[in-house]
Design a protein around this ligand. Structure first.
Ligand code: SAM
Length: 248
């Protein structure tokens, strides 16, 4: 996969893109990430990319032109590669990012992420340039850079070859859940020691009985979801829980 990010603060990405799983995924050619300085696409002699809003109001807006120029440049550059491209704007007004959305985006060959700043971006970018507007939550951040990094991290770890063990993301929170594609939170994990200051690891995990462990984990996933995120549970998951009760 190739990811291009348009930003006026390219240096913000150095640390996050240069560590851990993303770093390894880049080294192993699982993903190519290009952080593009939007100012290079400004036609202003001072590389200005913002202007005052029509109709008045506080703050400055990012102009449409550098975004259009940059996206068109990237499209021309990748034309011969015939990539399946998705262009997405980071915006608090966008569709909320979640695991299903991450999975959908991970299936594109090429993603272009547009980071806003200041009061936001000229509306023509959202209306005429992008395929998606993505929000990482109902709050307002200073810029689209942190949301872009969140999204890149969420996508990259889903790419084949990014994680050491391919199965790591299959059972995770919001993923396979009950095995029928419903999003549950993940079951609890423990590591050594088996008894830490009287706090004991559940016996079943020490039993060596893999089938029993599997059933216990399924039940715990539903229990934790019920307690912490009941909104995720669907009615027929309860039917499933009843059947698990019968198994154990
Ligand atoms: C200060 S915000 C602009 C907020 C805008 N005036 C509003 O009220 O919707 C500047 C930029 O940060 C990014 N941003 C802020 N919050 C975000 C969020 N929750 N999700 C995604 N991007 C966000 C967007 O790129 C946005 O253009």
């Amino acid at each position: 996969m190739r990811i291009d990010v348009l930003t006026i603060f390219p240096k913000m990405f150095d640390a996050v893109m240069g560590e851990s799983i993303i770093k390894r995924a880049k080294e192993n050619k699982v993903v190519e990430i290009n952080i593009v300085d939007l100012r290079l696409f400004s036609k202003d002699k001072h590389r200005k990319v913002d202007d005052k809003p029509f109709g008045g109001g506080p703050g400055m807006l990012m102009s449409a032109e550098p975004f259009f120029e940059a996206v068109n440049y990237i499209r021309r550059e990748t034309k011969d590669l015939r990539l399946k491209t998705r262009v997405a704007l980071l915006s608090p007004k966008g569709r909320r990012f979640n695991q299903a959305f991450a999975l959908k985006l991970s299936r594109y060959e090429h993603i272009v992420l547009l980071c806003g700043h200041y009061e936001g971006i000229d509306e023509r970018v959202a209306r005429h340039l992008v395929d998606d507007e993505i929000s990482i939550g109902d709050f307002v951040l200073t810029g689209g850079e942190l949301p872009a990094m969140v999204i890149i991290d969420g996508i990259v770890r889903l790419l084949p070859g990014a994680l050491g063990d391919e199965n790591s993301c299959k059972d995770e929170s919001f993923s396979a859940g009950d095995g029928r594609g419903r999003p549950l939170l993940e079951y609890p994990h423990y590591t050594r020691p088996a008894d830490y200051r009287g706090m004991k690891v559940p016996d079943v995990l020490l039993s060596g009985d893999h089938e029993k462990i599997k059933q216990w984990r399924k039940k715990e996933a539903v229990k934790i979801t019920r307690k912490k995120r009941p909104d995720l549970l669907k009615e027929d998951t309860w039917t499933l829980l009843e059947s698990w009760k019968k198994i154990s």
